[in-house]
Design a protein around this ligand. Structure first.
Ligand SMILES: Cc1cc2nc3c(=O)[nH]c(=O)nc-3n(C[C@H](O)[C@H](O)[C@H](O)COP(=O)(O)O)c2cc1C
Length: 208
């Protein structure tokens, strides 16, 4: 399963980056190709709200603004699973993540299944991570915003994970394990699970 991690942070050594690295390691340990992009390193403007409110996004499902969104949109189409990692700003995803979500939603959530159009993310698994500060205030509302958007995009959210500086150590393991589970779940044939007919014992968690 090709998994694309989309994160957003100006801090290469911050909590968001650490969450992205934990996700990448989980994907790799699940024997899946991992790709990571940082929205803060891309030029993605906010939606320009063309014409009377709709641009080409509504009918062509392509944004008419020409910037880094176009190539990222193509990369998203190639991916089979996703991780979205954002710092919590004012109880919401970061501004670059919100601008990206806004434009992606206009292109993908406008597809009409009745007309044979399907959102690029439809049915694909996704993990959402909110990296908060000391208080963790607003981490849940941040994840709720992400849930709302991903539901509109038709993604199959695999997990929602909040991390604070206090919970960092064990939540980085959770992120790793979530991606390991997400990537390996896709490789499990249901009949094999039935034949096994038993629960696996809880394994000891890796220590970092
Ligand atoms: C503009 C701004 C708003 C923030 N708002 C919140 C918040 O509402 N709740 C919270 O717990 N932390 C908040 N923080 C702290 C960040 O979420 C936290 O430091 C996060 O780990 C930053 O990620 P980074 O290490 O990748 O930069 C805010 C930080 C900034 C810069």
């Amino acid at each position: 399963m090709k998994v694309l991690t989309i994160l957003s942070s100006p801090n290469a050594n911050g909590l968001t980056a650490a969450c992205g690295e934990a996700a990448r390691q989980g994907i790799v340990d699940g024997h899946s190709p991992a790709r990571l992009v940082n929205l803060n390193e891309l030029n993605i403007a906010r939606c320009a709200v063309h014409n009377d409110g709709w641009g080409t996004c509504r009918n062509n499902h392509r944004c008419q603004l020409e910037d880094d969104f176009q190539s990222l949109h193509e990369t998203i189409k190639q991916a089979e699973g996703y991780v979205f990692v954002t710092p919590v700003y004012f109880g919401e995803p970061s501004e670059p993540m919100k601008a990206f979500f806004d434009r992606l939603r206009r292109c993908e959530a406008t597809k009409d299944p009745a007309s044979g159009e399907t959102s690029t993310l439809a049915g694909k698994p996704a993990v959402c991570v909110a990296a908060a500060g000391e208080s963790g205030h607003g981490a849940v509302s941040c994840l709720a915003v992400m849930e709302h958007v991903l539901n509109q995009l038709g993604a199959a959210v695999f997990d929602f994970i909040s991390v604070t500086k206090r919970t960092r150590d064990y939540q980085l393991e959770t992120i790793h394990d979530a991606l390991l589970a997400m990537t390996t779940a896709a490789q499990v044939v249901p009949s094999q699970v039935t034949q096994e007919g038993r629960r696996r014992p809880l394994r000891r968690r890796r220590r970092r």
